[in-house]
Design a protein around this ligand. Sequence first.
Ligand code: PEP
Ligand code: MN
Length: 341
Amino acid sequence: MIVVLKQNPNPDQVEGLVNWLEGKGITIHRSIGENQTVFGLVGDTSALDIGLISALDIVEDVKRVAEPYKEANRKFHPEDTVIPIGNTTVGGGNLTLIAGPCSVESEEQMVGIAKAVKASGVTMIRGGAFKPRTSPYSFQGLGKQALEYLKVAKQETGLPIVTELMDISQLPLFDDVDVIQIGTRNMQNYDLLKAVGRQEKPVLLKRGMSSTYEEWLMSAEYIMSEGNPNVILCERGIRTFETYTRNTMDICAIPVLKKLTHLPIVIDPSHATGRYALVPSMAMAAVTAGCDGLLIEVHNDPQHALSDGAQSLRPDKFDILAKNLISLHNFTASLPPMQFD
Ligand code: PEP
Ligand code: MN
């Protein structure tokens, strides 16, 4: 249930309402915006009398929320979530560019790519240390050593690090990591989601390759309900009958999620297509559709990459793309807003 308060409500009456609700075992999620204060009520609201609450002087409107996700729901939190990370912010009209290799392979490789993508205008660097591979015989990542190389890349560039956590036991190694990525294969690993919900670093939550929007938002809810509000959603392509591309990029996720949730949404056209030549047009399409950022794989020598070389752009090609993405974002931001609902 959500309770929308009138502007400048009487503080004593607000406290009275809060105490009464809390006395009934309801947890209140307060969203205090510039124009509106919204209380999201979590708990068993079935016994609450909507008529009684609506009749209060301080209350503008009361609605039942049918969706099973509450904290991730835009109705609970009408304003976009904006997440500060290092010197940058994700959401709130910024275009976040995250780039780097699929896997961290050496210090030289990671630092070299980080410097190159920084010069192209990226705001965060990525690189996999723990790799979820389909085959146990494929390269599994350099693990702890890779985190050390990422730390050097961060020191050299000043850019925050995004890297994947595969297991709760790896969390103590993540002190220098800025954003924890939860991969597509772990989107419904609920113990892992709860663990990242109990710590403070922002989480980049990739969509499960066969998950619906609701399942994805319920996974975000697992993280948020443990106390971590800083979740970034990442669409990375879903499984369809098509085999030409690695996955099918669901661009519709952008407008749908903008409606359903206040969380920022980032698009990963590299895993969505599996082919580097398709990455630029899909990235441009995502910016046009209003994403908050892009996650793009870049490798200095894609032919010899230890993972995902086929979908990785060389730094010189990425440079052209990054500049076009930034120009396109500035252009779309200058257009009058379109609201058709
Ligand atoms: C990755 O980002 O390298 C990765 C493994 O992504 P996903 O979980 O989307 O496959
Ligand atoms: Mn990859």
